[in-house]
Design a protein around this ligand. Structure first.
Ligand SMILES: Cc1ncc(COP(=O)(O)O)c(C=O)c1O
Length: 317
C-alpha cells in the first residue's frame, strides 16, 4: 500500500523541474521547485504547519483556540487549510479589494474572512506590504482583546525561516548539492533567508539573489517598496534580520511587465500553472544564468498557483 495518513503529509517535498523552453542558449541550467503543488497551492503551507506545530509545542496554541493572521492570500489560505485540519477555528484579516477567489478558497477550507477597510493605504497601490499594515493592526487589537486567540505573526515568527531551511535542504538533496545560485522574491523574506541558510551551510560560495517586487500582490504596482523591517510587533523582523545577516548577496528589482510576461511563458511554454511572482523569480534567474554562464545550476521556486489570479483582468499580457 502506498498512501498518506493525512493530507498534511503532502506538504513540502515538492518536485524540481528543469526549464527547457524559456531559458536562452549558452547560459546556466535553471531548475524550479514547484511550490505551487503544495496542497493549498503555495509555499506558505510549509510555514503554516511549522508555525502551528511550534506554537503547540510551546503551549501558545491549544485546543479550542482561534488562529488569526493578516494576509492578502497565500498565508491566509495555508493557515485556513492546516488550521482547520488540526481542529482550530481560523479567522483571516484581509484588505478589501483582493480577488474574490482568494476569499472563496479560504472559506472553502472553513475559515472566516474579515475584509478590512484600509485607512492608511497608499493611493493606487495594492502591493502587499503597505496594505497589510492595517490588517496587522487589526490582528493586534483582536489578540489583545480576545482570549484563546493565537496570532501566527508570519512577519516575525522564526518558524517561518525554520520551515524554509527544510526547503533549502530539499533543494540540496534534489540537485546532489550542485547549486551555484538561488533566486527568490521577497515577501516576508522567509523563503530567501531560510533557503540561503541551508545552502550556505554546505555551499558557502553559493550566490543568493533576492527579487523585488516581492510578495507579488497582483497587479504589481510600480515602485513597490518592501515592508520596512522595523522589527516591531506590526512590521516584523525577518527582512531586517536577513539584510543584516550578509546572507543575501544582492536584491534586484523585477518590473511588473517582465514578471507577468515570464509567468505567462511558464504556463504556455513549460506547462507550469504558476502565479506572477514565479515569473519574477524565473525572469531574474535567467539574468543570473546569463551572468554565470553555461555549466552552472541556478535554482528558484514557483511560489504559488495561478488559480488565485484567474479573475484578474490583466491576467495575461
Ligand atoms: C505569491 C508569493 N510569492 C512570493 C512570496 C514571497 O515569499 P516570502 O514571504 O517567504 O518572502 C509570497 C509571500 O509573501 C507570495 O505570496
Amino acid at each position: 500500500m502506498d498512501y498518506r495518513e493525512s493530507v498534511l503529509e503532502l506538504i513540502g517535498n515538492t518536485p524540481m523541474v528543469k526549464l527547457r523552453k524559456v531559458v536562452p542558449r549558452g547560459v546556466s541550467d535553471i531548475f524550479v521547485k514547484a511550490e505551487y503543488l503544495n496542497p493549498s497551492g503555495s509555499l506558505k503551507d510549509r510555514i503554516a504547519l511549522e508555525m502551528i506545530r511550534d506554537a503547540e509545542a510551546r503551549g501558545d496554541l491549544k485546543p479550542g483556540y482561534t488562529i488569526i493572521e493578516a494576509s492578502t492570500g497565500n498565508t491566509g489560505t495555508a493557515l485556513s487549510f492546516v488550521g482547520t485540519q488540526l481542529g482550530y477555528k481560523v479567522e483571516i484579516y484581509m484588505p478589501e479589494g483582493m480577488t474574490p477567489e482568494r476569499i472563496r478558497i479560504m472559506e472553502s477550507y472553513g475559515a472566516k474572512v474579515h475584509q478590512v477597510k484600509l485607512e492608511g493605504s497608499i493611493e493606487g497601490s495594492v502591493a502587499g506590504a503597505e496594505v497589510e499594515i492595517d490588517t496587522r493592526v487589526k490582528c493586534l487589537e483582536v489578540e489583545r482583546s480576545t482570549p484563546r486567540t493565537w496570532w501566527a505573526r508570519q512577519f516575525s515568527n522564526p518558524s517561518n525561516t525554520k520551515a524554509h531551511i527544510k526547503t533549502g535542504r530539499e533543494i540540496l538533496e534534489q540537485l546532489d548539492g550542485k547549486v551555484d545560485a538561488f533566486v527568490a522574491s521577497i515577501g516576508v523574506g522567509g523563503t530567501l533567508y531560510g533557503v540561503a541558510k541551508a545552502l550556505r551551510e554546505r555551499l558557502p560560495d553559493a550566490l543568493i539573489v533576492g527579487a523585488e517586487p516581492a510578495s507579488a500582490q497582483y497587479p504589481l504596482s510600480e515602485g513597490y517598496t518592501r515592508v520596512p523591517g522595523t522589527g516591531d510587533d506590526v512590521c516584523g523582523g525577518i527582512i531586517e534580520e536577513m539584510l543584516n545577516s550578509g546572507m543575501v548577496d544582492r536584491v534586484e528589482k523585477v518590473g511588473n511587465r517582465e514578471a507577468i510576461a515570464m509567468s505567462d511563458r511558464l504556463v504556455r511554454e513549460e506547462g507550469l500553472f504558476c502565479g506572477i511572482s514565479s515569473g519574477a523569480n524565473v525572469h531574474l534567474a535567467v539574468e543570473v544564468a546569463r551572468q554565470l554562464g553555461p555549466g552552472r545550476n541556478v535554482v528558484t521556486v514557483l511560489p504559488d498557483h495561478r488559480d488565485r489570479y484567474l479573475s484578474e483582468k490583466k491576467y495575461t499580457t
